[in-house]
Design a protein around this ligand. Structure first.
Ligand code: SF4
Ligand code: SF4
Length: 251
């Protein structure tokens, strides 16, 4: 059976998710036994117009990127959004809280001659084209990426948890960050990272997007229990879980 052809593309992001793939190291060689990577700017010079699985990293921040993404989608039987930037817009969506002229001024300065540069409100990949699978996280969990790609190569549906990060914290017997005086978004955030941040003594920032049935209103009693304010919670939510400032989003 021929190996599925995989092409990896990038848009606006730090490329940290692609770096996670590179960091698979020996496991990457194993993965290359089940798929054939035909395009990946970060790691090879070859390009291809023919592929079975398109993996897209990064958010969409320019109109010309929308057109490029649509062309990729037209050629791709399966499209995977890679990381928070692609899945939800990620950190890039903080830009949407201001006018585009203000975003240009903040980044390039008052008179950098950059007003000619195209920039537009940030979109997740799914806001431009249909997405078949999401590999969440900022950055992604490289083991999860490998698992999802293997499933697709074998024609199986990958299992992605719908329960919150708190479940994985219990399994790992992590100290609860709330009890350490922090605001942790584990109760609202989709598991799958192995509660990576609490395991290292840091609160969850919600980089994997919301879990199924995320209960924002239910957080009121948690805030009261630990003496935290709604404003403090909202400031945390703003980073990943509320990229448009319209309430908890589903990456
Ligand atoms: S999701 Fe995070 S690590 Fe991945 S490209 Fe975006 S900013 Fe970088
Ligand atoms: S614990 Fe939260 S912020 Fe940390 S990797 Fe997991 S989902 Fe992302």
């Amino acid at each position: 059976m021929p190996r599925p052809r995989v092409a990896i593309f990038d848009f606006a992001g730090c490329e940290g998710c692609q770096l996670q793939i590179v960091n698979l190291e020996e496991a990457l060689l194993d993965l290359l036994r089940v798929v054939d990577v035909v395009e990946w700017r970060e790691a090879m010079s070859e390009q291809s117009d023919v592929f079975d699985i398109a993996v897209v990293e990064g958010a969409i921040t320019r109109l010309e990127d929308e057109e490029r993404l649509k062309r990729i989608r037209q050629k791709a039987p399966v499209l995977v959004a890679l990381g928070s930037c692609a899945s939800s817009g990620g950190l890039n969506k903080l830009k949407n809280r201001m006018a585009m002229s203000e975003a240009r001024r903040l980044v390039y300065g008052r008179d950098g001659g950059v007003s000619r540069l195209d920039t537009a409100p940030v979109k997740a990949v799914s806001e431009v084209v249909k997405v078949d699978y999401l590999v969440r996280g900022c950055p992604i969990d490289r083991r999860e990426f490998s698992y999802v790609v293997r499933c697709l190569a074998l024609g199986r549906e990958p299992f992605i948890p719908g329960y919150p990060v708190c479940v994985e914290c219990r399994i790992r017997e992590n100290a609860c960050r709330w009890q350490e005086g922090e605001i942790c978004l584990g109760p609202l955030t989709r598991a799958g990272c192995g509660a990576a941040c609490p395991a290292q003594g840091a609160a969850c920032l919600g980089c994997r997007g919301t879990c199924d049935d995320a209960n924002l209103e239910g957080m009121a009693s948690v805030l009261a229990q630990y003496g935290k304010s709604r404003e403090e919670l909202e400031s945390r939510l703003a980073v990943f879980l509320d990229p448009d400032g319209k309430g908890v989003s589903h990456a």
